[in-house]
Design a binder for this molecule. Structure first.
Ligand code: RNT
Ligand code: ZN
Length: 411
């Protein structure tokens, strides 16, 4: 027996079918964020990153053109097992010298991305970019008291809805379009209600445009605070939760956007009874919303367990969202994407039904022991088998280093 076969037997003794787990895993799409490749800069502006988020580090080789970014994504994709989706931001529009501001972008500015996705059989998700732009005035966009500013960003939202629907129609896969705004105040505001009323009205206006809800899932992402906007965030958790419920759109939870002792893994089951779909930004927050590379850590595993054991693999949109400029960016993509998939496999290898009945029988003693035993079951051997079947190398470091020497250092 090889290691995988032995592992299969051990899992069998827990009542777990590793073959079933492997075949389920390969069909779970994970949406890969393009913005890890260029430190969230994009191609449509000369501005640095703003909006209360920040990349740190200056590792060589940042992608600076669409061709470079696509080549880097291709390299990463070749090292990531499983089903992927492409997650784009509006600032990655490919304008080819044309003047089209955020309120004037059209599907055609994303056609090269559609070609890229189609060739690789990927669906596309999308995000309006409400940051890194001169029309962000005093850290405000859709909630600004300035009508011209609001109008500009409302139009941007509408443009993005049209582009999202174009992605869905071209790829045949529904597009998840996520709205996140950086709006807030560094210091204590005098009016907390006004900005939220304006944000609500702006969202209403964006959503009043005619779009096909079977093709575009609009999400709203909440946040607790950002750099330079520490005292007040317009799109807080309560605001966003109420808004999505009222409008029947999809909540998006980023696990960097809560107080450090709050866990998104616990929130998933609080959202599922009320929403057809729930969207996630999987990240790793170190002390704050630092957007470190996702690892195979406790909370990532716990999030995956909640998706799997609640039978919600087809109800939860899983996307990565982090940006580390201090390490090789291809490696950052691969490590983070692999970590999400590892966590999903780990979750698929849990005898969830058995453990749920232990809980219902109030046999918490057995449940504790079961859970502890499973932590040291030969998970690694099943993971290696998955990599083998998916035809991706176990040792991606070597490939990443070679690509660095051949391509990245020459930029
Ligand atoms: C920011 C949000 C948002 C961004 C991306 C780039 O705090 O997490 O999702 O990270 O849109
Ligand atoms: Zn996010």
């Amino acid at each position: 027996m090889n290691r995988y076969e032995e592992a299969r037997e051990i899992y069998k003794s827990f009542g777990v079918d590793t073959e079933l787990a492997l075949s389920r895993l390969e069909n779970v799409p994970v949406s890969m964020h393009c913005w890890q490749g260029d430190d969230v800069i994009g191609f449509d502006n000369e501005e640095g990153l703003s909006g209360g988020i920040q990349t740190t580090g200056n590792y060589p080789g940042r992608a600076t053109t669409p061709e470079e970014l696509m080549a880097d994504m291709d390299k990463a994709i070749s090292l990531i097992p499983g089903k992927k989706k492409l997650n784009l931001h509006a600032c990655y529009a490919i304008l080819n010298g044309e003047k089209a501001d955020r309120n004037a972008i059209k599907p055609k500015h994303f056609q090269p991305w559609v070609d890229f996705a189609k060739k690789r059989n990927l669906g596309i998700d999308f995000n309006p970019t409400f940051f890194s732009h001169p029309m962000v005035k005093d850290n405000l966009t859709l909630s600004s008291p300035n009508e011209t500013v609001r109008k500009f960003w409302i139009e941007h939202g509408k443009r993005c809805l049209e582009i999202s629907q174009y992605f869905a129609e071209e790829t045949g896969v529904p597009c998840v379009m996520n709205i996140w705004i950086p709006d807030g105040y560094k210091d204590i505001p005098a009016d907390r209600l006004g900005p939220r009323e304006r944000f609500k009205a702006s969202l209403d206006e964006i959503l009043s445009s005619d779009y096909d809800t079977s093709k575009v899932y609009v999400c709203l992402e909440s946040k607790v605070f950002g750099i330079g906007v520490e005292s007040y965030t317009v799109g807080s958790a309560e605001f966003c939760m109420n808004y999505v419920s009222q409008k029947g759109i999809t909540p998006l939870m980023d696990n960097g956007h809560y107080h450090p002792t709050e866990l998104v893994s616990d929130k998933i089951s609080a959202m599922l009874p009320f929403h057809e779909k729930v969207a996630l930004h999987v990240t790793r927050s170190v002390r704050w919303d630092s957007d470190h590379v996702v690892l195979f850590d406790d909370e990532t595993r716990e999030i995956a367990k909640e998706i799997v054991r609640n039978n919600a693999l087809d109800r939860v949109f899983i996307a990565t969202d982090y940006f580390d400029a201090s390490i090789n960016r291809i490696s950052a993509w691969v490590t983070g994407m692999r970590s999400v998939q590892k966590a999903l496999l780990f979750a698929l290898l849990q005898p969830s039904d058995k453990m749920m009945s232990l809980q219902n029988e109030q046999d918490m003693t057995s449940l504790m022991i079961y859970q502890e035993e499973l932590k040291t079951a030969p998970f690694g051997d099943v993971w290696q088998e998955y990599l083998k079947r998916q035809n991706v190398p176990k040792d991606y470091l070597k490939e990443v280093k070679e690509y660095e020497q051949k391509v990245l250092v020459n930029r």
